[in-house]
Design a protein around this ligand. Structure first.
Ligand SMILES: Cc1cc2nc3c(=O)[nH]c(=O)nc-3n(C[C@H](O)[C@H](O)[C@H](O)COP(=O)(O)OP(=O)(O)OC[C@H]3O[C@@H](n4cnc5c(N)ncnc54)[C@H](O)[C@@H]3O)c2cc1C
Length: 414
């Protein structure tokens, strides 16, 4: 039986990667806190199910047990290659480097979010400093001068000195604290699992097509025999052109000769699930009096790859560190907490620099057509694969991309 009124220094709403990362960091520093989630884990979460080196590094900092447990339960599948298919059907192929140059260590894995989020939550629950309530939705937030009162649908209230919002793409809590996400900065995705489609187990594929730009169809092999197939398209395009994503999904597969052939014996397992993606294409207000916003709620998904787990883990860790400072200083003001905003945006400025400029342009038909034509051109050139991989592994890709030598090799050299 839960008391009808619980007090805590920190309450985290949402136990996905962002909220769990915040919880693990608070526990490392022996800070008692509450973590609530409306779902009961394991729960399904529409995702591309890919984790990259950024996630592996962040997991290692949070708790090396996470990856060890995932591996010991055979829940991860190594991914060594990705193919980007422009409309001409010639893939640009990127072979990933080994993780931190350790022989045989992949820098990318695929895994089901159903399993990953469950394993992370198991680690969270091992700590005596974390009190976790599952199946508990926060329905109302009331800002008082000295605390925030959270009302749950389980009939109890939580009084917190600081709230960390990690509710993913569920907008309700954001709206209650006066924050909204513009349609232009969002995308929408649907995903389904398939078996018997003709793709390699160690490779992911991204198919681009003018009908779904800005967006793409991603295919990820999962441990076992199934594949995750997900279509992500800009929300603005979906609303302006009144697209039905489910129909677009079939259309892309039917109209692309490679996909059509590889799906000919394919069978869908289970239903389609959908979710919004709040993209990292402009800075947002993500700190205020007594609150910090992290993960997808803060709009941190990289616009091109659709990857958001690295930023979810990073922002969760940084928010917890700021929460600890706030408790030590007894300062939960907007002025103090806003430093989290500056520090986080500084860390991920590369994502924004690109997203801010390129994402709005991709909504212009002439520009997205130009990009596809350009990719068609690059896909026919021998050196493209290695040059694109070099770009991916750069600390500052824009610096390399604009260097005359790189441009010469990419565009002109035969
Ligand atoms: C189609 C698609 C493909 C993607 N592919 C990839 C990929 O391959 N790789 C990658 O890195 N990223 C990918 N992403 C992005 C990735 O899924 C997110 O960035 C990641 O899940 C963010 O984690 P989070 O903790 O912020 O949010 P979530 O994982 O969404 O967790 C939020 C949690 O908050 C809970 N919650 C919501 N409202 C309340 C409430 N009121 N009270 C209590 N609890 C609440 C929810 O139940 C949920 O468990 C993809 C996203 C989509 C939609």
């Amino acid at each position: 039986m839960i008391d009808s009124f619980i007090q805590t220094d920190v309450c985290i709403i949402g136990a996905g990667p962002a909220g769990a990362a915040a919880s693990l960091t608070l526990s490392q520093k022996c800070v008692s806190h509450i973590l609530v989630d409306s779902a009961v884990f394991p729960r399904h979460k529409p995702c591309g199910d890919i984790i990259t080196s950024g996630v592996l590094r962040a997991m290692d900092l949070l708790d090396p047990e996470i990856l060890r447990v995932l591996k010991s339960r055979d829940l991860v599948n190594p991914v060594w290659t990705t193919h980007v298919y422009p409309p001409n059907g010639n893939p640009i192929t990127i072979d990933f480097l080994e993780f931190d140059r350790k022989e045989g260590e992949p820098s990318c894995y695929s895994l089901s979010r159903f399993d990953m989020d469950q394993v992370i939550l198991e680690q969270v629950q091992k700590s005596e400093f974390a009190t976790v309530y599952q199946g508990c939705r926060i329905t109302d937030i009331d800002h008082q001068p000295d605390a925030v009162i959270l009302t749950s649908d389980q009939g109890f209230q939580i009084m917190a000195r600081l709230v960390i919002v990690a509710t993913g793409s569920n907008n309700n809590i954001l709206k209650q604290i006066g924050l909204s996400v513009p349609r232009k900065d969002s995308a929408i995705g649907i995903r389904a699992h398939f078996e018997n489609i003709d793709f390699e187990k160690s490779e992911t594929s991204l198919f681009l097509d003018s009908g779904i730009m800005p967006g793409g169809l991603y295919i990820t092999p999962l441990p076992g025999n199934s594949f995750n197939v997900n279509l992500v398209v800009s929300l603005d395009k979906v609303s302006v052109e009144n697209l039905n994503l489910r129909e677009e999904f079939d259309k892309v597969i039917e109209s692309n000769p490679i996909l059509k052939q590889r799906f000919q014996n394919g069978r869908r397992i289970g239903n389609f699930e959908g979710s919004m993606l709040f993209l990292g294409v402009r800075k947002r207000v993500i700190a205020g009096n007594r609150f910090l916003v992290i993960g997808d709620s803060a709009g941190l998904i990289e616009f091109f790859s659709g990857n958001g787990i690295p930023q979810a883990l990073l922002s969760g860790r940084m928010a917890a560190q700021k929460a600890i400072q706030a408790i030590q200083n007894s300062d939960f003001s907007k002025e103090f907490l806003s430093r989290f905003e500056d520090e986080l945006y500084h860390k991920i400025k590369q994502n924004y620099a690109m997203g801010r400029v390129v994402y709005p342009l991709l909504h212009r038909r002439f520009f997205s057509r130009f990009v596809l034509k350009f990719l068609n051109y690059l896909s026919g050139r021998r050196q493209t694969n290695v040059l694109v991989r070099d770009l991916l592994y750069q600390k500052d890709p824009s610096k390399l991309a604009l260097s005359p030598r790189f441009l010469y090799q990419l565009l002109i050299q035969r």
